[in-house]
Design a protein around this ligand. Sequence first.
Ligand code: ARG
Length: 567
Amino acid sequence: MPTPAEILQERLSDALQLLGFHPIAPIQVAPTADPIHGDYQTNIAMLLAKEVRGNPRDLASRIAEKTNVGDIGDPPEVAGPGFINFRLGVEFLAREVGAIARDSKLGVQAVPQPKKLIVEFSSPNIAKPMHVGHIRSTILGDAIARVARFVGHQVITDNHLGDWGTQFGKVIYAWKHYREDGALESDPMGELVRLYREADTRAKEDPSVLEECRLELVKLQQGDPENLEIWQRCAGLSRAEFSTIYEMLGIRFDEQLGESFYHPELPGMVERLLAKGVATESQGAIVIFDTEISETPFIIRKSDGGFGYASTDIATLEYRMQKWNPDGIWYVVGAPQQLHFRQLFGAARRLGYQVDLEHIAFGSILGEDRKLMRTRSGESVPLRELLQEAIDRAGKLVDEKNPALPKEDAAEIAKIVGLGAVKYAELSQHRMTDYVFSWSKMLSFQGNTAPYLQNAYVRSRAIFRKLDQAFELPGTIVLTEPAERTLAKKTLRFAEVVPSVLDGFKPNVLANFLFELAADYHVFYEQCPVLTAEGSAKASRLLLCDLFARTIKTGLELLGIAVPERM
Ligand code: ARG
């Protein structure tokens, strides 16, 4: 089922054929910024005028005249320097709304060529707390994976756990010297983090401690049984903690292999890189040089024989290509790692891999002082505590708003609202924006927030609880009021917006669309009584309410955000 923009594109393409034009530029049909100019607009006449050196307004008039939109809406109008504007007619709207109401995917079409995609996200480091920096990757990656699946791609989500980093030298050293078994029992993650920090501080003060940490790491890498066992226990404790967080957030991974999984592959991989001439030896180290990317070499094996982050990533790529043969691998990792990924992708090209590699980067989260978000003692805020705080704060809010709710329901709603608020604060921003983490803003019922959207859903659902008959799709849909038409038009755009999230990986486009949709619903709700209306007006309004509820619920689900039935 084509979207309104696609139908218009087709009609324009027919008109151009009739006129004998074959423009190189694609015909773009976009919603207008201001409804004064109609609903959709194209600049094709202006692009074509450049190609054929014609007058853009004249061309626009000729194209408009030949574009058959009799069954869609008003005759097209030429505006400004040569735009062609279209307005959807009320019968067309009624027909299209009826059609998407019958579609389980609300008009969103499957991509013509489904791809096999690995989406790697979250990837926290073991024995370090998952902090707000990882929250962006986790929330963003999950939303992108959900959208990609929804439009028909095969998606494999992979949590590339950092379980083989140099931090283990410090963790093992501290485990041996400062471990408190009681604390490890009661708060395993807290104790692991304390151990890491303890060793880190001491190593900074005392070079001999640093050296001992390094030796512990070397022993671990050489397979020392005692160190391996310590490492395994730490990894197990961390994974358990991460699982709790993912469960809370409703996030699922298909793979969680971790860096250590690839470790046995590293020596062989280095040999292959050398044999293919992709890597070379330089001052005892094995490196990949590509001065077009950077003057800094990509270090595959350090001169002391140790393998680093870069080598693990190449081995991971080799493994994934072999196991899945994907069309794309998308890495959702912060902007500071840009150079690393440019170098990795350069290496992949030189190895001859034909795969679409994307680094989906993102900015930072700032505290209300606009500096990197920290706790009062200056450390990064652990994620689990932050999520719990979100739930607690939402609980207070729900209680104020609706004190009559049964306790259990209220707790469930607090979870949905609190976690939704944190996710939405992330997803409503462009991913490269450094945004300020503000509880009062994200938990407000006013403005572009999750509670506002969730509340709009609740409002639409409440109508159906008051309805004294079963809801059925009406035979005839009437859209007489402007607020009904505005809402209908906006709802039809869902099918255009969802796939566009993957152009440039921008869930914020969907988030902001849902905000506009909710705002249109509120206007409709105030201007068009539903339950007291009669006949086909009532039936049509009920349909709009139901369609709105389904659209906002599906849209929020694509962002990984749940909706409550009451709040
Ligand atoms: N564990 C890393 C970190 O926390 C992120 C891993 C990103 N993924 C990758 N394939 N390098 O910084």
